[in-house]
Write a protein that binds this ligand. Structure first.
Ligand code: ADP
Ligand code: MG
Length: 598
């Protein structure tokens, strides 16, 4: 297998070589699970987060662009509308002040008639006056009778002569009502120079117009002059005659460098005379757009709260984050579950494979050890026969000869030798039997009957040791086709082991039951001392015994194992230290063709 690169090995550690206990193994699975979960989480969440963030910013930028475009459009429309309004006022006055009307207007009655007609259309007109080429007021109609005034020193007078038209800032003046002035100069019919028609208009006219226009375009819309003095009353951002609050905040942020760093104002210049500044106001971000109004002393200001910083956008963001977090939580949950499932699956299959390996190894072990054992047994049988023969000879000689010193003791020793030879013979016989494993002779068999036979055979020994033997036999058990002798040997060996294990005072239970149409099960359990896992793994090995020398051969269970395999069945052991042991044997009802050949 290719070696994993460093970082992967750190997150997903390969199985350790020095696993010595179940706890180590468990730790291995745990760290595998953790590593797998981490990798999956990173793999899912990082792209998800990146995509969310990128698309969020992309969308934000798009919205911002869209918003700016919309704002500029609105500004241009508002600009055109207000400009059109002012220029209409101008042209009305220009029209009234045609060159040839000078004389006519000097007549107070004519002036009054004209003014009344004008006021019909524009109720905001306050007064009207005619000024001659010397700058002297010649006629006046209005509420404030200001006669014989001279305007030559005033700036507006100079400007109107220079430009032909003059529009003043909004001011209160002695009238104490905000108003503005439109003045038009015309060539004097008789004298050198120009005469002037000057109309005072209530600032409310402008205010009303701006207010009705504003609602459709912005949160606030108003006019300022070159000094940024408010010319109409804003709804929110200042008072008439004062300064716009936003301009003031702009000044103050200039002073505090840190504050200006935190939320810098950004400026966008789209067209000449048109400026949009994005600035902070009362925790909001607003777009502050201004445009010059042509032929007037005013600038139009349009203020709109940025959608991107308004509540709806915040709500959208919250929703986005909620969705992201929900997805993330679900993903983490699913990933944790998946890694748990994968790890469990791995653990299970590892366990199965291990068991399978042990099982697969068993027959091989049995065959090779069987051969060795048979060879040894065969070799030993010959010398044993000779020892037996010679011992018999010596015994015969002893019987024929007279008494001599220690004759009795010697006879006893010879008996001992012969006993041992007998025992050796039995062992070699078993070994040979184990290696050869006699042919299977099938016949119809009642398993319950065989179980009872075996117990009958052992009953005496069991009761001698105060061991009770119980049955839990299925009366409807089907008859099976198998080898009687071998089955007896199997149950005998296992029950014998149980008696040995209990020692004295205990209980053995033999039970039988039908598993399905094809197989039956026999269980032999005892309440003996049980065995550790290490011992359980080795009990089927030939010559494995925990009994003292001379008592156990360690062949019993390995023979049982071989026989059961031969009969086409399986054997399993379950044991718990201090609780007891259960051997679980499954046998086929009829032996299948395939297995018969083996
Ligand atoms: P032997 O009986 O000659 O020792 P076996 O192959 O029959 O050989 O048994 C192997 C070992 O399995 C026994 O030494 C004993 O440690 C263990 N063993 C078998 N059956 C039981 C049982 N019912 N309870 C506890 N240990 C058992
Ligand atoms: Mg035994």
């Amino acid at each position: 297998m290719k070696k994993r690169s460093g970082w992967l090995a750190k997150i997903l550690p390969p199985p350790s070589d020095n696993i010595v206990s179940g706890a180590d193994l468990d730790k291995g699975y745990k760290s595998f699970r953790r590593g797998l979960a981490i990798i999956l989480i990173v793999l899912v969440l990082v792209p998800l987060a990146i995509i969310s963030i990128v698309s969020h910013y992309q969308y934000e930028q798009l919205l911002e662009q869209e918003e700016l475009d919309q704002l500029i459009l609105n500004l241009e429309q508002a600009q055109t509308t207000v400009e059109a309004f002012v220029s209409k006022l101008q042209s009305v006055i220009k029209f009234v002040a045609r060159d040839d009307r000078y004389q006519e207007l000097l007549d107070p009655k004519e002036l009054e008639a004209l003014f009344v007609r004008l006021q019909d259309e524009y109720p905001g007109f306050v007064d009207i006056e005619v000024i001659d080429s010397q700058g002297m007021q010649k006629a006046y109609f209005g509420p404030y009778q200001l006669e014989e005034r001279n305007y030559t020193d005033q700036t507006w007078y100079k400007q109107v002569l220079l430009q032909g038209v003059y529009i003043s800032n909004v001011f209160s003046g002695f009238r104490d009502v905000p108003h503005f002035v439109i003045a038009v100069s015309r060539k004097h019919p008789q004298e050198q120079g120009n005469w002037i028609l000057r109309v005072t208009i209530d600032a409310k006219t402008l205010q009303d117009f701006v207010d009705t226009t504003s609602t459709s375009y912005a949160d606030d819309m108003f006019l300022i002059d070159v000094n940024r003095t408010l010319q109409t009353q804003p709804q929110k951002y200042g008072t008439l005659g004062g300064r716009c609050i936003l301009h003031d905040t702009e000044d103050s942020t200039k002073k505090s460098f840190l504050k200006s760093l935190a939320k810098r104002d950004t400026m966008v210049q789209r067209a000449p005379g048109m400026v949009i500044i994005q600035k902070s106001f009362e925790k909001h971000r607003v777009n502050h757009a201004t445009a010059d109004l042509e032929n007037t002393p005013w600038r139009l200001v349009l203020i709109k709260e940025q959608y991107l910083h308004a509540d709806t956008w915040v709500l959208f963001k919250i929703r986005l984050i909620t969705i992201f977090l929900t997805c993330a939580i679900i993903a983490v949950f699913v990933i944790v579950e998946i890694s748990l499932a994968i790890t469990n699956h791995l653990r299970e299959s590892d366990k199965k494979r291990e068991q399978f390996l042990i099982e697969a190894e068993q027959p091989n072990k049995l065959v090779s050890i069987g051969r060795l054992a048979a060879g040894v047994a065969h070799e030993i049988n010959n010398p044993l026969a000779i020892i037996n023969q010679k011992t018999g000879l010596v015994q015969d000689f002893m019987e024929m000869s007279e008494d001599f010193a220690h004759k009795g003791a010697m006879a006893e020793a010879l008996d001992g030798i012969q006993d041992s030879v007998e025992r050796c013979k039995k062992i070699t016989h078993r070994l040979l039997g184990f290696a050869r494993q006699a042919e299977v002779k099938t016949e119809e068999i009642d398993i319950n009957a065989i179980v009872r036979d075996v117990v009958d055979f052992l009953a005496k020994e069991a009761s001698y040791n105060q061991i009770r033997i119980d049955f839990d036999l299925d009366q409807d058990l089907s008859k099976i086709f198998s080898d009687r002798g071998q089955l007896q040997q199997i149950f005998l060996n296992i029950t014998n082991n149980a008696i040995d294990a209990i020692g004295s005072d205990g209980k053995i239970t033999l039970s039988s039951r039908q598993v399905d149409e094809e197989s039956i099960q026999v269980k032999i359990s005892d309440d003996g001392p049980g065995m550790s896992l290490e011992i359980q793994q080795r009990i089927f090995d030939p010559f494995f015994t925990t009994k003292e020398t001379g008592k156990g051969t360690g062949l019993g269970l390995s023979i049982v194992y071989g026989l059961i395999k031969k009969l086409g069945g399986t054997i399993k052991v379950e044991s718990e230290i201090g609780e007891g042991t259960t051997f679980d044997i499954t046998l086929p009802v009829t032996k299948s063709e395939q297995e018969e050949g083996t």
